[in-house]
Design a protein around this ligand. Structure first.
Ligand SMILES: [Zn+2]
Ligand SMILES: [Zn+2]
Length: 120
């Protein structure tokens, strides 16, 4: 958790494992994976289901939109909030009888670096 809190760039489990190993040299990758799963199930971190095959983890558990670069795979937070509570009390047909618990918004495109690189 401490390691993850220092990462705002949505690290993968492998990246987290490398970091954790610096002060817990005997920890196994399996232990790191297991703890990440437990933490995401308990809601203390977010597991990002992105288009990529690698799972990323996010210490920011408030619903927020992401921007995923299709070229380098970087994931950035976008600075505006989305709030699943905006659906509470809505009685439009599509939401009737349902309870919205979370909302995931992902924009894809080129990050500033990749976009700049393609121009030059
Ligand atoms: Zn990029
Ligand atoms: Zn995020």
């Amino acid at each position: 958790m401490q390691v993850l809190g220092e990462h705002i760039d949505h690290p993968s489990a492998d990246t987290i494992y490398e970091e954790v190993r610096k002060f817990l040299p005997r920890i196994s990758l399996g232990t790191v994976y297991r703890n990440l799963e437990i933490m995401s199930e308990s809601g203390s971190i977010l597991k990002l289901e992105t288009g990529g095959s690698i799972k990323r983890f996010d210490p920011n558990t408030h619903s927020h939109p992401h921007f995923r670069c299709v070229k380098c795979g970087s994931i950035e937070d976008l600075p505006f909030g989305i709030d699943s509570s905006m659906f509470a009390g809505t009685d439009e047909d599509w939401i009737k009888g349902r309870k919205v618990q979370s909302l995931h918004v992902e924009y894809t495109g080129l990050c500033a670096d990749c976009n700049g690189n393609t121009k030059s």
